[in-house]
Design a binder for this molecule. Sequence first.
Ligand SMILES: Cc1ncc(C[n+]2csc(CCOP(=O)(O)OP(=O)(O)O)c2C)c(N)n1
Ligand SMILES: [Mg+2]
Length: 276
Amino acid sequence: MDVKELKLMANTIRQDIIRMVSNANSGHPAGALGMADIFAALYFKVLNHNPKKPDWVDRDRLVLSNGHICAVRYSSMARSGYFPVSELLTFRKLNSRLQGHPSYNDLSGVESSSGSLGQGISVSVGMAIASRLDKKKNYVFCVSSDGDLNEGSSWEAINAAAKWKLDNLIVIVDRNYIQISGKTEEIWPLDPLDKKFESFNWKVYNIDGHNIKEIISTLKKAKKEKGKPKVIIARTIIGKGVSYMENNHEWHGKPPNEEEAKKAIAELDEKRKKII
Ligand SMILES: Cc1ncc(C[n+]2csc(CCOP(=O)(O)OP(=O)(O)O)c2C)c(N)n1
Ligand SMILES: [Mg+2]
């Protein structure tokens, strides 16, 4: 896909997120919307994967540590062919494979169960070590977030990744400066986040998490960098694409009502016309 097609895909993913969360009348729309550009780039450009063979042993792994934003992952998976798009509307229903937090046992292609913050980087470190021991050439990508990095266990894993010089590990941080109850720098500050990662011996890239060209070129660069684990700190806007959700922590875990969902879809339709 070229950049324009990826922008359109990110818009489609955003519309899916609104429909899923609104249909379920529960879920986490804002963080998911903020990561749509990165997930479009990952699933449709960067990941070496085969949606028809989710268990292919040489695939790149994508671990989602901030599991609550899983609507963005489910939409990306459906749109790239892991399962029918119609299944997206079972999101958060009883017995659905698309649980409110991802379940490894229920859906092939989900690499680890998540939702309990602070575990994904550890899981990814384990996968990266295993790949190296197996002499595999694949990469382990881990999506983390400010809230995920508020957990001390994340930093133990970050330290371990540097000890093992895991250059097959790339963490992408959803740096929207917001978590469940407000602004990160007021609740549990992380800045200077890039300097912290550097002092842990990681290679750091700061990017605009909505610039698809920059997302792709940085991921390419990061894959080539040898000898260190790598982190891409992606500055994102929570709720991106839906005016009343942007930069507003109240939409962290609240579904839009019918009228609000209609407004969101209309706004996204307008944006879509501008991309075309
Ligand atoms: C170990 C753990 N503690 C607390 C929670 C409750 N919780 C769910 S999301 C969240 C905040 C996450 O921050 P972030 O990922 O930055 O949220 P977003 O940007 O998507 O609003 C918290 C504290 C949790 N899921 N896991
Ligand atoms: Mg956040």
